[in-house]
Structures are given as structure tokens and as C-alpha cells.
Ligand binder design. Structure first.
Ligand SMILES: [Fe+2]
Length: 267
């Protein structure tokens, strides 16, 4: 594990001169969603045990903004390594807020949340302010970067949903998954996708067993994740476990405990 990212405040801020307003984001997404067969997609999601994949989801102009965000945050990537389970880099919401605020705006889009509610059939809420997974970029940049089989376990009192968006994929990595591992009386069903820029993966974190296979030589892959919950409350012990996992496996102690320490936000 390493925690070598440059302090966020030492980095130049990304230009926000052409940043779309929340209303413009909703209008662009609303126009896109109007072209999607949402009730059918909800049915597909249900049939697949709370999982949906769409290879052409995000409007191209938004995908281009995400790619620009990758360049803006690259100096702030936090590299992490858990032997046998995970290697890669992450940029937490706290850094995205400063360097790529479009991502924060997209995460909060009412049009997006409403559409995800129509797919999931659940009432969704934003993840709490201190959850670094609420929105984050995951970087696969060194040969062997990967994440082993896991669930996106909810430590909240309610369900935790994961939305993944492809941003950069010059790689041979695959998102392997198994549907129905926790559906009683239904056999597990394996699947695998390479999701390109603008593609969507959406699932209930406790239901989809998944992994990302190792990056090859001279490859690069960046994925954006959004997390929504049905109840943002968390019991203290679950909070402790969740924070320790995030510190070690993803963002480093500085990012995860930044709001829990003294006046300067350091742990
Ligand atoms: Fe995951």
C-alpha cells in the first residue's frame, strides 16, 4: 500500500469556464433517457438479479468531459496494493470536488437519479459527505492492476447501488461477474464485459459478485463509479470497518479520515 498522492491543494484547479449547470446536465441526460426503453431495461435488470449493462449510455459530450477530468486528476491518483486481491489507483470524491467538479454535478443530477430509480425500483439517496466512494475514479495504469472477486458490500443500514461508467479503455481488462449468486433457487450465471467509454454498468452491490482482470503491458483503463444508497445511516462498528477498508484498499488514510480529525481536516 502507498499513499503518495500530491496534496490536493497543491494542484491547479481544472477550468470550470464551460462547466454545464445542473439544469443543463439534467436537460442533456433527460433527452438521452427519452430515447431509452426504460421499462424494458428495468425488466432486464430484474431478470439479471439486479444488474444492467448498456454499452452506449452517456451522451458523448459528457464522456469527453470525463476523459478531460482524467487528465486533470492524474497527478492526484492514490496508488494502492493489497497482495493477492487488488492493485490500482483511485481518486476520491474529495479530490474530484476540487479538480473535476463536473463529476460531482453529474453524480447529483436529479435526472440521473430518477432514471436509476426507475431501473432499480428503489428510492435512491446520495451517499453521505464523508463516503469517499460516493463518486470516485479508478485507475488501472500498471501491468497487473486488477481487483479480485468481491461484492460491493453495503455497510449502510440500507442497500448500496454501484453505477460504473467507462471513461478510458485501452486495455484487455474484463469485468467478470456472476449473476444470481444470492438469488435462492436460481443457478449462478457467469458473464463478462469490456465496457467502453460511455458504457454503463449498474447493480446492487450486495448481489453482484465481480472482478476486474489484470491489466496487460502498455495498457490503460479508467472507470468512474457512483454509489447511491437507500438509507445513509450506518452503525458505528460498520463505519469503522468501512473506513479501515477504504483507507487500506482505496484512498489512503488522509482522504478517508480527513473530516474526522482536527481543524485542518487531517486525521
Ligand atoms: Fe466492485
Amino acid at each position: 500500500m502507498s499513499d503518495t498522492a500530491i496534496p490536493v491543494n497543491d494542484l491547479p484547479r481544472a477550468s470550470t469556464s464551460t462547466r454545464p449547470s445542473p439544469r443543463e446536465i439534467d436537460a442533456t441526460l433527460g433527452a438521452r433517457f427519452a430515447t431509452l426503453p426504460t421499462p424494458k431495461l428495468h425488466g432486464d435488470y430484474e431478470k439479471q438479479g439486479s444488474f444492467l449493462y448498456l454499452d452506449d449510455f452517456l451522451p458523448r459530450e459528457f464522456t469527453e468531459r470525463l476523459i478531460a477530468a482524467v487528465h486533470a486528476v492524474t497527478p492526484a491518483v492514490n496508488r494502492n496494493y493489497l497482495p493477492g486481491h487488488k492493485a490500482g489507483g483511485s481518486v476520491s470524491r474529495h479530490t474530484l470536488d476540487k479538480l473535476a467538479p463536473f463529476i460531482a454535478d453529474l453524480y447529483r443530477s436529479e435526472a440521473l437519479i430518477k432514471w436509476l430509480e426507475a431501473i432499480s425500483g428503489d428510492k435512491l439517496q446520495l451517499s453521505p459527505e464523508d463516503d469517499p466512494h460516493a463518486y470516485a475514479l479508478y485507475f488501472y495504469t500498471r501491468p497487473g492492476d486488477h481487483i479480485g472477486w468481491h461484492y460491493d458490500t453495503s455497510y449502510y443500514n440500507g442497500r448500496r447501488y454501484t453505477m460504473l461508467l467507462g471513461v478510458v479503455d485501452d486495455s484487455s481488462c474484463r469485468l467478470d461477474y456472476e449473476l444470481h449468486t444470492r438469488t435462492p433457487n436460481v443457478p449462478a450465471e457467469p458473464g463478462s464485459v469490456q465496457y467502453p467509454p460511455g458504457a454503463l454498468v449498474f447493480f446492487d452491490g450486495d448481489k453482484l459478485r465481480h472482478r476486474v482482470t489484470p491489466l496487460g503491458e502498455n495498457e490503460m483503463r479508467v472507470s468512474l463509479t457512483f454509489e447511491y444508497v437507500t438509507n445513509p445511516d450506518m452503525r458505528p462498528f460498520q463505519r469503522f470497518i468501512s473506513n479501515m477498508k477504504d483507507s487500506i484498499a482505496y484512498f489512503g488514510f488522509r482522504q478517508v479520515f480527513r473530516r474526522k480529525g482536527g481543524k485542518n481536516g487531517q486525521a
